[in-house]
Design a protein around this ligand. Structure first.
Ligand code: NAD
Length: 484
């Protein structure tokens, strides 16, 4: 397939036409499609992970398979187990006045769903939304990142083996093609990437009133409370920073740690990293930074922090190129770039924070994060963070595992995203929830037609709205509601 704008438009037209021919794929067909994806993932696991590794320069085979291949395979299993109930039209209660009629919601396929993937988990970010879009009965066009060309080739081959292009099509190409892609009059766009480009996507989608799901990033904090096991928290946070070399949207971006525990935490984090990766430069399971540009940026961020007074504790030497080990930064201030930009690398700023109030103040003064992590045992603190602080999702006493639950939605809040393509919420997001009201023949609808002012109309108005009594008191009404 050619990665040209002409071809993009041609495939879109074909998919749209195919939607008209087959607007509502039945359960059995959707299941067949999902099963085909499951088998293809299993068959292509080695080729996919080799391609991803080549795109990165070096990427852990285990992490490639676990996250980019096994995770969508499990998503298929979850969808297969739940699809029947997700698709089932849902009966709803009618309003009292319409009690003799029937109301329901039908989950209708939206049509052609466009998926734009980032490079950091290129397969799961393409295949994950595709699986849910197919489950919801849609057709799918995928635009891969310009940073993952080899993964694009293998994914395209894999999907072309099981699907016609008018059902699923994969595009590579550069940002110009991505812009043309986002400007297509798609029926929904699922975008994974940065908040900056997310705004571009929303602007392009607005021209067609195309609804969007934006899976964005941000600075996800890890709060280490006094009640935490410092060793366990450090092990988990070091894992989060080392996994994919920190190039994960839900990686703990920075840690908030009580001043008195700071030294212990830094030492525990460094030793946790060194235990996992005693020889990171020669360890094929330690992933490299995906491009020279991203590696240079990491070094610039560190230099900026040091110039502004920070202290860096390195977990060991890298190769001076794209292997960068975890770098723990203390003496952090808000004017440093490491506290202003999403890191997306193995730099871990550790900020002194001596109370939960201080931590909440710090987090809420900044854009809403994609994930929030709490390490500790204090139930009140957990409840406050759960209810009072906005974040896309949350794991307590570890990092990221909430993302791996098939039945939970995964998405951001505010700057970290809009909507979710996962779980039952994802099925609904990629479906149109159509309200259907069936009027019974003997429902006396004619009574509500003009000429107005009949006795029955006046009666209905009086029963359901009452008189415009100037003595009505809002205060009394709210007091009565509070009492209930
Ligand atoms: P990016 O925003 O630079 O690019 C994402 C995709 O958008 C790429 O495919 C790119 O080709 C395309 N693109 C770039 N400019 C475009 C434009 N003007 N119009 C249309 N498309 C355009 O992001 P990235 O560097 O690939 O990925 C890193 C970001 O993604 C981080 O912020 C990270 O947190 C975020 N991310 C979020 C999730 C999530 O699920 N929430 C997952 C992974 C990554």
């Amino acid at each position: 397939m050619k990665d040209t704008i002409e071809n993009l438009n041609a495939v879109f037209t074909r998919q749209r036409k195919a939607c008209l021919v087959e607007p509502y794929p039945e359960l059995a067909q959707r299941k067949r499609e999902l099963q085909a994806v499951r088998v293809a993932l299993q068959r292509y696991q080695d080729r996919l992970s080799e391609a991803m590794s080549e795109d990165f320069g070096r990427r852990s085979e285990f992490e490639c398979k676990m996250l980019d291949v096994m995770f969508p395979a499990l998503q298929v299993d979850h969808a297969l187990s739940n699809l029947k109930s997700w698709m089932k039209p849902q009966g709803r209660l009618t309003d009292w006045m319409f009690i003799t009629n029937r109301a329901k919601v039908v989950y209708q396929p939206k049509g052609v769903v466009g998926v734009i993937a980032a490079w950091n988990f290129p397969i799961v970010e393409a295949v994950g939304p595709m699986i849910m879009a197919l489950a919801a009965g849609n057709r799918v066009m995928i635009k891969m990142s310009e940073y993952s060309p080899r993964s694009t080739v293998v994914l395209r081959e894999m999907l072309a083996e099981i699907f016609q292009e008018d059902l699923v099509a994969v595009f590579g190409g550069g940002v110009d093609l991505a812009q043309a892609f986002a400007s297509l009059p798609l029926d929904h766009i699922v975008f994974t990437g940065s908040p900056t480009v997310g705004k571009e996507i929303m602007r392009a989608a607005a021209a067609n009133l195309t609804p969007v799901t934006l899976e964005l990033g941000g600075k996800s904090p890890a709060i280490v409370a006094r009640s935490a096991s410092i060793q366990a928290a450090a092990r988990s946070i070091a894992h989060g920073k080392a996994f994919n070399a920190g190039q994960a949207c839900v990686a703990p971006d920075y840690a908030l740690v009580p001043s008195v525990l700071m030294n212990e935490f830094v030492a525990a984090t460094v030793s946790a990293f060194q235990r996992m990766y005693p020889d990171p430069v020669n360890d094929a399971n330690y992933t490299s930074i995906a491009s020279d540009r991203h590696a240079d940026r990491a070094r610039e961020l560190l230099a900026d922090a040091v110039a502004k007074g920070a202290k860096v504790t390195s977990c060991g030497p890298g190769d001076g190129k794209r292997i960068i080990t975890m770098q723990v930064v203390t003496g952090v201030t808000s004017d440093m770039r490491i506290m202003q930009e999403e890191l997306f690398n193995p730099i871990l700023p550790v900020v002194a924070c001596d109370s939960l109030d201080e931590g909440i103040g710090y987090i809420t003064a900044r854009p809403r994060p994609l994930a929030l992590y709490y390490f500790g045992k204090d139930a009140d603190e957990i409840q406050r963070l759960t209810r009072d602080v906005h974040s896309g999702g949350m794991t307590i006493n570890d990092w990221a595992w909430h993302v791996f639950q098939g039945d939970l939605p995964f998405g951001g809040s505010g700057n970290s995203g809009i909507g979710s393509w996962r779980g039952p919420e994802g099925f609904r997001e990629l479906s149109h929830s159509k309200s259907v009201l069936t009027m019974n023949r003997w429902f006396p609808v004619h009574l509500f037609r003009p000429p107005y002012g009949t006795r029955i109309q006046r009666l209905v108005s009086k029963v359901f709205l009452g008189n415009a009594d100037p003595a009505l008191s809002i205060a009394e009404c709210t007091t009565a509601t509070d009492a209930v």
